[in-house]
Design a protein around this ligand. Structure first.
Ligand SMILES: [Zn+2]
Length: 148
């Protein structure tokens, strides 16, 4: 299931940077672990162009810790495979996980062809279709003061 949520720029930026990996939200939708959340940056009643997809990894609904009717949602960013230039010239290609930076050598095909939809090292879900990936990287590059 996919959930589209508004998010203020101050929080959106921290999610992009990988610092903020949770949301406190009204528990008014059927959030489930494994669901996708698309965060839409929102300011002064308007959406900006920036969006970002994350995947729910944990949901806390314990009333002892959550404000009435709210839940705390932990999530992971979608990772991306970055192709790295051939090393050694044997036609082998390395792919680096954008989340944990682990490199994988693939003799044949792309990560998708090798069923690597998740990073074997950190378990991050890797971006789906092209559109998803491009919105992810566009947002990344348009960070105003990226300290990456
Ligand atoms: Zn990884």
């Amino acid at each position: 299931m996919k959930h589209d949520l508004k998010i203020l720029p101050e929080y959106f930026v921290e999610v992009l940077r990988g610092n903020k990996t949770f949301e406190v939200r009204k528990d008014d939708r059927s959030y489930n672990v494994g669901d996708e959340i698309v965060l839409h940056e929102y300011i002064c009643g308007k959406y900006t162009e920036r969006t970002m997809s994350v995947i729910i990894t944990y949901i806390l609904r314990n009333p002892d810790y959550c404000k009435d009717g709210y839940c705390i949602i932990g999530f992971k960013q979608y990772g991306e495979w970055k192709e790295i230039e051939e090393q050694g010239g044997w036609g082998d290609t390395f792919y680096r996980c954008s989340v944990c930076n682990e490199e994988w050598l693939l003799n044949d095909g792309k990560p998708k062809d090798n069923n690597m939809n998740f990073c074997p090292q950190c378990g991050s879900r890797m971006g789906g279709d092209k559109n998803e990936q491009s919105s992810y990287s566009d947002s990344w590059h348009s960070l105003p003061d990226s300290s990456r």
